[in-house]
Design a protein around this ligand. Sequence first.
Ligand code: TXA
Ligand code: MG
Length: 346
Amino acid sequence: MLLDARTPAGLDAALAQAAACLRAGGLIGLPTETVYGLGGDAENPAAVAAIFAAKGRPADHPLIVHVADGEAGVSALARFSSSLPPFALVLARAFWPGPLTLILPRREGVARAAAGGQNSIGLRCPAHPVALALLRMLAQGPQPLWGIAAPSANRFGRVSPTSAAHVRSELGDSLLVLDGGDCQRGIESTIVDCTRGQPVLLRPGPISRTQLRTACGQRVLLPAEAKALALQQAAPRASGTLDSHYAPRARVVLMDTNTLEAALHSSALPPRVALYVRSAHVQALALALPNPVLARMPRSAPAAARGLFATLRRLDDADMDAIWVEAVPDGIAWDGVRDRLQRAAV
Ligand code: TXA
Ligand code: MG
């Protein structure tokens, strides 16, 4: 069931209903600025188990716990994490509320199931006004609920949802979904591991490595670099780092501009191929094909990220055998989009 939370008129009733559902151990579809989440009380093991079951996700893959901002956020940080390295505090101050998840040492005995049994916990304060309003509401009162555990609201291994309608098509109509409109960021949060003494980037996302570095004045290592330095950590699992992820049904093929151009010129173009292209001349070539199924990728990385998953879904729904995608530029700003495309193409 969709609850309209897009206008002030519907908001209060929708929030109250969602809060009551979460307090009773139920699950909701939750809008965030990145993608929609499938949320439950992070400290209720039954709710967490229901999340894993609904997603078809293995129970040892840890979930991100979403916390409020302000005073309530500080209390939540203290509740879920046992320590906060100085660089993690700087990153939280710089980017929360926002699309950044920090992996921190977990306080013993708290949110074990949500953390997939690991001794660390992923925390994020989302920037979506509906998510924030809900988190603030839950943190109030005699029995505060400090965190909403929420993985992306898709079936395991599939494309993340960026609208309430996507959530319904992934998880069915019986789920209560707060409709907060289309997600503005469009790809999942940047994840930084803060448990190894130096920041390590586990998943590229809307906040780039350059932005992280500028904010904390420290190099942000890639996982391979951290490994080479033998930085100690019981290797965290990140399902977003499985090779194949975010995959539509159709086969996604990533091609550099020249290869794609050559393929479009060849007479052997297979039928039922959708095209997702960036450069003007490739778009022109594609438009000259008979009945092209075509999507244009915006020129800027943030705009491309915003429409990425919705476009893959739309092209997939057109019942194509393959989606040919023009590769994105090499720069750091494109790391998040490039990462999702590479995983979709495995
Ligand atoms: O933008 C987002 O991050 C979205 C929205 C809903 O907030 N959530 C999201 O969740 O993408 P999910 O479950 O699809 O991806 C969470 C990622 C996984 O790769 C998971 O393994 C990693 O975060 N993660 C969570 N807790 C972790 C931990 N303690 N150690 C290592 N990785 C962790
Ligand atoms: Mg996911």
